[in-house]
Design a protein around this ligand. Structure first.
Ligand SMILES: Cc1ncc(COP(=O)(O)O)c(C=O)c1O
Length: 385
């Protein structure tokens, strides 16, 4: 053990160990069913694993090109055209990243300067605000409106100032399970029209969307796409969160600014996995089946939970379901989540951690990207609470 005695700056005052690590640690300690952290409980397709092996054996083990390998970028361009009617240039507008998180961090670092304001909707995925603050920006927090976690666009319009540099969106939304609709897109167009505001659109759950809702990617709308940095993750799409491979799409000038930072941030991304993903992407059925696959999970979990005192909130997308525990307890959610893990052996995430100033609510987030036996087992325990 080495004891460091010097002083260190605290670049993120108030930030501790993420709640995901805390709750997963507690779940392990207590032998609880872990529905806290958002990772799929399903294996990666054997075909994709075989491809990764093969690409390593074929010798793709040295640095990939800075923007990512061209065949993978080309498959992504094809997919964007096929799904969203969007034209992204393979060479200048698509960059492979080390997962969605690195894309988000690098994007914010590339375009946010000291004093810039960034609009963030809460509850918000936890990596956005730290990246904004480390870049010297200021997060302007808006609460999504209950019960369906919608955006109050009038309030947003009133908050726009000459310093507003970015609006950060996430649809399908983690943790709220909400998705952007046509009216949101119209409002976004009108709020940003005639401004220099950029949009950072986190679309990592593009395929985890239910009940026939279409994913309204920023890429579908040229007036929004010209100001958008769009983030995707192969981890979410191919049940491979541990691979940490994703991508960022943006117009050429924004991509150039992004790559300037990216080259000193990660330089390049895992090469054999890029080769494997490029080949695997030739078959679109792998992602086309995802909405039905996850809808079955959501419906199964909701049906197993019937008869419990936990009340579900609507879930239109993402693999998270929120449940209100007001009928059981009035304790703060951080306390209640710990107690539930210790006493009833089911780990969840308290929703207040996704806010700067949490509103008064009693909500827990459960990840239903698990096999049905796990979901049934968790629901049986929760029904006893
Ligand atoms: C909304 C959201 N954005 C980004 C990420 C990060 O994606 P990746 O694992 O590819 O870094 C996650 C992961 O949970 C997420 O839920």
């Amino acid at each position: 053990m080495y004891e460091f005695k010097g002083s260190l700056p605290d670049k993120l005052p108030g930030a501790g160990t993420t709640i995901f690590a805390v709750m997963s640690g507690l779940a392990n300690e207590c032998g609880a069913i872990n529905l806290s952290q958002g990772f799929p409980g399903f294996p990666v397709a054997p075909e994709l694993i075989d491809l990764a092996h093969r690409k390593m054996r074929e010798g793709f083990n040295q640095y990939a090109p800075l923007p990512g390998i061209r065949p993978l970028r080309a498959r992504i361009a094809d997919k964007m055209k096929r799904l969203y009617g969007a034209d992204y240039d393979v060479d200048t507008e698509i960059t492979i990243t080390a997962g969605g998180t690195q894309a988000i961090y690098t994007a914010i670092t590339a375009v946010i300067e000291s004093g810039d304001e960034v609009i963030v909707f809460e509850p918000a995925y936890d990596c956005y605000v730290p990246a904004v603050e480390l870049a010297g920006g200021k997060a302007i927090h808006f609460h999504l409106q209950e019960p369906d976690f919608s955006i109050d666009w009038d309030a947003v319009r009133k908050a726009i100032t000459s310093r507003t540099r970015m609006i950060l969106l996430n649809s399908p939304q983690n943790p709220a399970g909400s998705v952007l609709g046509k009216a949101d897109i119209d409002a976004l167009k009108s709020v940003t029209e005639g401004t220099d505001i950029l949009i950072l659109s986190d679309e990592v759950y593009e395929h985890v969307i239910f009940d026939g809702h279409e994913h309204l990617s920023m890429a579908r709308y040229p007036e929004l796409a010209i100001r958008s940095l769009i983030v995707f993750s192969f981890g979410k799409t191919y049940h491979a969160t541990g691979w940490k491979v994703g991508y960022l799409l943006a117009p050429a000038a924004i991509t150039a600014a992004f790559r300037k930072i990216h080259q000193f941030n990660v330089f390049v991304v895992n090469h054999p996995l890029q080769q494997a993903l490029a080949e695997y992407m030739n078959d679109p059925s792998h992602y086309e089946e995802l909405p039905a696959f996850y809808q079955e999970k959501r419906d199964a979990f909701l049906s197993y939970m019937e008869g419990s005192r936990f009340v579900p909130r609507p879930c239109k997308g993402s693999y998270f379901a929120l449940f209100d525990y007001s009928a059981i307890s009035d304790e703060p959610d951080t306390e209640f989540a710990r107690q539930l893990t210790r006493e009833h052996k089911v780990a969840s995430i308290p929703v207040s951690v996704f806010y700067k100033n949490p509103p008064r609510q009693n909500l827990l987030r459960f990840c239903f990207a698990k096999d049905n036996d796990t979901l049934r087992g968790a629901a049986e325990r929760l029904k006893k609470v």
